[in-house]
Design a protein around this ligand. Structure first.
Ligand code: NAD
Ligand code: G6P
Ligand code: MN
Length: 442
């Protein structure tokens, strides 16, 4: 069996240790000879890398491990790049969330003006990594979690249409685990789903168990009463209070179309007034993550480094890690499993923009993916998606052309924003806050 070589881009990410753990768990079906980390923040990456280095030495001494901020070192002799960078880090996420809220608008990592601001920072960072990969390991695949995935995916479609990049999201995976639990099924992998939408903007239209039984009636009954709350699943991701609120709110999102099961992110578009009135403008999700996951992961890393051993634990893997490792394995070993991917529509959703990047099920093997057609979608979803995809396309055009006008249009068109006047105020403040990260807009 071939042994693979992997670079984790965004080596300093809070999700890196989980991915390392998951890679080791899967050694039998997806053997690895080398792991490298790449980040552009030397100090941050070093903490995660030193701890992971100790962990690897103790659990898999045969795997060679290194970390670097030099692209040539990091991307030479690689089969896969697993990418999860956050351009501007949590400091900028906090601004993405807080600036819109000053104007009474949803402040969120990937939705509304905050997500668009993040997109304007992320496009360049992700394209740069893709280019490094293609320069130093032209046959490699990049599996990309870096957000906002919808905008990043549209940018890679526009700017690098022939590149071997697959953009993915873990939200549907966690929700599918919860739906499996609602049905008393041990794993989402025993379900076959139909799903359509944009990233963080989609719906399940059918779900079957492995014998072909329709699971929708059971799932609908649960979501109608409780949303995704009270569905026990074993993941340790998405467990904070704010996530629990999102899982509960899904019942109100579901109420708009009881024929489908919605992605939780739709709450930001369908109930923005509720979201704003239930948010603390001085303490947003970025603050929660800095006080929670970041402290926990970096605390565990520092403790491993100080003690010189990973014995006693501290690292955890979750659905986030399992999904990207499963995807790498599907390509490496040609498993032809189904994955939700963010891919060019090209007719897979029959009555929707052919050039849109849509999130749909695909079959994945060593030659890439084949899309599974989702047919025609209802008017309600189509209307929402037409608006949102235009927001995403305008943002990418604004980045490519350096166009103030298009960025203003993008923010104005977001369903989370009440008027062009408010959009302009947010944009002008975002431009100042993002100096050095955004292209200059004229
Ligand atoms: P984090 O800030 O802990 O880690 C991101 C790392 O990226 C940092 O170490 C930072 O220095 C590095 N980085 C920033 N710009 C870079 C660049 N240009 N080149 C190389 N490295 C760079 O963030 P996190 O909370 O662990 O999240 C990481 C990313 O994963 C984010 O983009 C987040 O939105 C994304 N994410 C996506 C999904 C999904 O469903 N697609 C799920 C979870 C997380
Ligand atoms: C889900 C989404 C990701 C998003 C993450 C935020 O996993 O799919 O796209 O980045 O939530 O989680 P956080 O804990 O950082 O708020
Ligand atoms: Mn996501």
């Amino acid at each position: 069996m071939k042994k693979y070589s992997i670079t984790v881009a965004g080596g300093g990410s809070t999700f890196t240790p989980g991915i390392v753990l998951m890679l080791l768990e899967n050694q039998k079906r997806f053997p690895i000879r080398q792991i490298k980390f790449y980040d552009n923040d030397k100090e941050r990456q070093e903490i995660v890398a030193k701890a992971c280095g100790i962990y690897l030495k103790e659990h898999a001494p045969e795997i060679s491990f290194s970390y670097s901020t030099e692209p040539e070192n990091a991307f030479t002799d690689i089969d896969f790049v697993l990418a999860h960078i956050r351009v501007g880090k949590y400091a900028m996420r906090e601004k993405d969330e807080k600036i819109p809220m000053k104007y009474g608008v949803v402040g969120q990592e990937t939705c509304g003006p905050g997500g668009l601001a993040y997109g304007m920072r992320s496009i360049g960072g992700v394209i740069e990594i893709l280019d490094y990969m293609e320069k130093y390991s032209p046959n490699a695949w990049m599996l990309n979690y870096s957000n906002p995935a919808a905008i990043v995916a549209e940018a890679t479609r526009r700017l690098r249409p022939n590149s071997r990049i697959l953009n993915i999201c873990d939200m549907p995976i966690d929700l599918e685990e919860k739906m499996a639990a609602m049905c008393g099924i041990s794993s989402r992998k025993e379900m076959t789903v139909s799903y359509y939408g944009l990233n963080h903007f989609g719906w399940w239209s059918a779900i079957y168990d492995k014998d072909g039984n329709d699971l929708m009636p059971k799932i609908r009954a649960h979501v109608k009463e409780n949303g995704f709350a009270d569905a026990l699943s074993e993941t340790n991701q998405h467990v904070d209070e704010s996530w629990r609120e999102t899982f509960t709110k899904a019942k109100d999102v579901y109420a708009l179309d009881p024929d489908t099961i919605p992605n939780t992110y739709l709450k930001y578009y369908l109930y923005p007034d509720y979201v704003v009135s239930h948010s603390n403008p001085d303490y947003t999700r970025a603050n929660e993550v800095m006080d929670g996951r970041e402290k926990q992961v970096f605390g565990a890393c520092r403790s491993i480094i100080e003690r010189g051993t990973s014995a006693g634990g501290g690292f955890e893997a979750d659905v986030h890690a399992s999904y990207i490792v499963d995807l790498a394995c599907a390509i490496a070993e040609n498993t032809r499993e189904r994955f939700l991917l963010i891919v060019p529509n090209e007719g897979a959703i029959e009555n929707f923009d052919r050039t849109a990047m849509v999130e749909i099920p695909c079959i994945v093997g060593s030659n890439g993916y084949e899309k599974i057609c989702q047919g025609a979608i209802p008017q309600f979803q189509r209307g929402l998606m037409e608006q949102q995809v235009s927001v995403e396309k305008l943002t990418v055009e604004a980045w490519i052309e350096g166009s103030y006008q298009k960025m203003w249009q993008a923010i104005t068109l977001s369903k989370t924003v009440p008027s062009a006047a408010v959009a302009k105020k947010i944009l002008d403040e975002m431009i100042k806050a993002n100096q050095g990260f955004w292209p200059e807009l004229k």
